[in-house]
Design a protein around this ligand. Sequence first.
Ligand code: NAP
Length: 237
Amino acid sequence: MTTSDVAQDAKKAPLKDPWELPDVSGLVVGVLGGTGDQGRGLAYRLAKAGQQVIIGSRAAERAQAAAGELGLGIEGADNAECARRSDIVIVAVPWDGHAKTLEALREELAGKLVVDCVNPLGFDKQGAYALKPEEGSAAEQAAALLPDSRVTAAFHHLSAVLLQDPEIEAIDTDVMVLGEKRADTDVVQALAGRIPGMRGVFAGRLRNAHQVESLVANLISVNRRYKAHAGLRVTDV
Ligand SMILES: NC(=O)c1ccc[n+]([C@@H]2O[C@H](COP(=O)([O-])OP(=O)(O)OC[C@H]3O[C@@H](n4cnc5c(N)ncnc54)[C@H](OP(=O)(O)O)[C@@H]3O)[C@@H](O)[C@H]2O)c1
């Protein structure tokens, strides 16, 4: 190494530790479609970890009923109010209603950190299979429909059964987090890490969300074969 190499190295900013994540404990988390299994499960786990959570629904009273059942200070509102009042908004509606839901909330979601966990899947006699959205993935569809939001994708591989089971203290799984801006994916990784047993791992940009969403079809096959609620671990990180 020459002295000029050394001088150049010294000028470079020190690499940031990828596990150094922001404190997200003060952020309000909204869950669109939070009355469903996945939304309820995430709301329950995040609220249990101390996060302020608002469940969203197409009908405010359904959200309030779900919130009342879960307790833990969770509130319920219609999807628009949920989006307006939250800092981070998790999209947990079925693929069928994905585009329509987001189109209608473009204004409320402007400036918000959106976390899409939607898996576009089809089902037939042979089991689950991945659909190929026109935009590439559900997450890319969200990004196209919400140009003023910070869209990320995460929480695809979780079992709603495990999330909702109060007997289970820790959920043993990694959460792949995708997005365009490191500051945003760091926040989502930190949010995943609030749930005991869970770790958020950066897994690339939204153009690679399709594989992550599709992998759920494989996990469903695993679950059927082994009567399990399989999760995923990324090794060597
Ligand atoms: N279940 C899992 O284990 C799991 C795991 C990872 C990811 N996910 C993903 O999370 C999403 C939700 O899954 P889920 O099992 O919770 O689904 P779900 O129970 O079928 O739906 C969630 C909620 O979405 C609302 N909804 C239903 N149809 C809608 C439509 N056409 N437009 C807008 N909202 C609609 C309903 O709430 P209101 O009637 O109260 O509005 C419903 O309670 C899916 O995209 C799935 O791929 C699920």
